[in-house]
Design a protein around this ligand. Structure first.
Ligand code: MBD
Ligand code: FE
Length: 323
């Protein structure tokens, strides 16, 4: 029986010396560490802000500086570690262009884009019935073609395409309405939609795909309806060949996102909605590398009967809040 009682002293002795007494996860120790450094320093930096500073920045900058400095003191950040972080940010910048936004991807794996999305949507919400938002992600293109309702965002699918069979097996008809929070259908709303190919790559990541493949904008009809052909989305790893991927590996984390379809739904007099729908069949739906899944956005595709163009169907109504 005595063996069942955990030997805390032994457990503590087993901690390698390099992890001991560094002040991390130890409030008392951390507080005393703070005093080791110039106690007036942070205030000096905050006080340097001038009277004509940008108002919102003047409001939030003191908090930013306080948290940054507290973090550095709490972990005893060294010049070498800070310098590695600067290199990481510089690498993100160098890797970014109009096809790839590595800095945004870095924010995504830190959960920051999902957090600011939650904050923004809660601040702006005018009703509890509106469809929840989800993050934009780094692969949006604002100029997708307008397509007639009922047409397909899958371009040039032929047996020559390596993922032809999977595209056939995953062919899906998406439809639904765009509604206002009072339940009224909205005519002329724009449903802007994009997703990856079955190889897990967005069109701009993949030189083998035609321009604007799996992207389109649709306008709702008089009953507020939209309809299009697309594919059931596949899970895929976020690009992990850059600094964001390096960080994931150092954290022993996986890069996978559950299969998802992105939407921006907009209409006159309503707040535009940026969101994503997640396929419930997906193994990563509870374990998203960028922490963007919300229960209300997980959907179940149903088998579709009698349509040679689609094996699956999904009906989903988007509810927009008024401005
Ligand atoms: C994606 O496809 C995405 O949607 C997000 C949010 C982050 C990285 C890749
Ligand atoms: Fe995405």
């Amino acid at each position: 029986m005595g063996q069942m009682i955990p030997d805390l002293a032994a457990a503590s002795r087993a901690v390698p010396a390099k992890f001991k007494s560094n002040g991390i996860s130890n409030g008392i120790n951390g507080a005393s560490k703070k005093c080791q450094y110039d106690p007036t320093f942070t205030q000096k930096v905050i006080a340097a802000t001038g009277p004509n500073a940008h108002p919102r920045l003047a409001q939030i900058f003191p908090s930013l500086v306080r948290h940054l400095h507290d973090f550095a003191r709490e972990v005893n950040l060294t010049v070498a570690e800070w310098s590695a972080a600067v290199d990481l940010l510089n690498d993100c910048g160098r890797m970014s262009d109009d096809r790839r936004n590595e800095t945004q991807l870095l924010c995504d794996i830190l959960g920051l884009e999902s957090l600011v999305d939650e904050i923004t949507s809660k601040q702006l919400a005018t009703s509890t019935t509106q469809t929840p938002s989800a993050i934009l992600g780094p692969f949006y293109r604002s100029d997708a073609p307008f397509l007639p309702n009922g047409s397909s965002i899958v371009q040039d699918l032929s047996p020559a395409v390596p993922w032809y069979e999977q595209a056939q097996a995953d062919s899906a008809f998406l439809s639904g309405r765009v509604l206002s929070t009072d339940g009224k259908p909205i005519e002329n709303a724009v449903v802007d939609v994009w997703h990856t190919a079955p190889n897990g790559l967005y069109e701009q990541q993949d030189s083998d795909q035609p321009e604007m493949n799996f992207r389109g904008r649709f306008r709702t009809d008089q009953q507020g309806r939209y309809a299009l052909y697309a594919l059931r989305p596949v899970p895929y790893p976020i690009p992990d060949d850059g600094p964001a991927g390096r960080l994931l590996k150092m954290l022993d984390r996986h890069p996978n996102r559950p299969g998802h379809i992105h939407f921006i739904v907009s209409a006159d007099d309503h707040r535009p909605l940026t969101t994503q729908l997640y396929d419930s069949r997906d193994q990563w739906v509870d374990n998203d590398a960028v922490f963007a899944v919300k229960d209300e956005l997980v959907v179940k595709f149903e088998p579709r009967e009698g349509d040679p163009e689609a094996r699956w169907e999904l009906s989903y109504d988007f509810v927009l809040g008024r401005c």
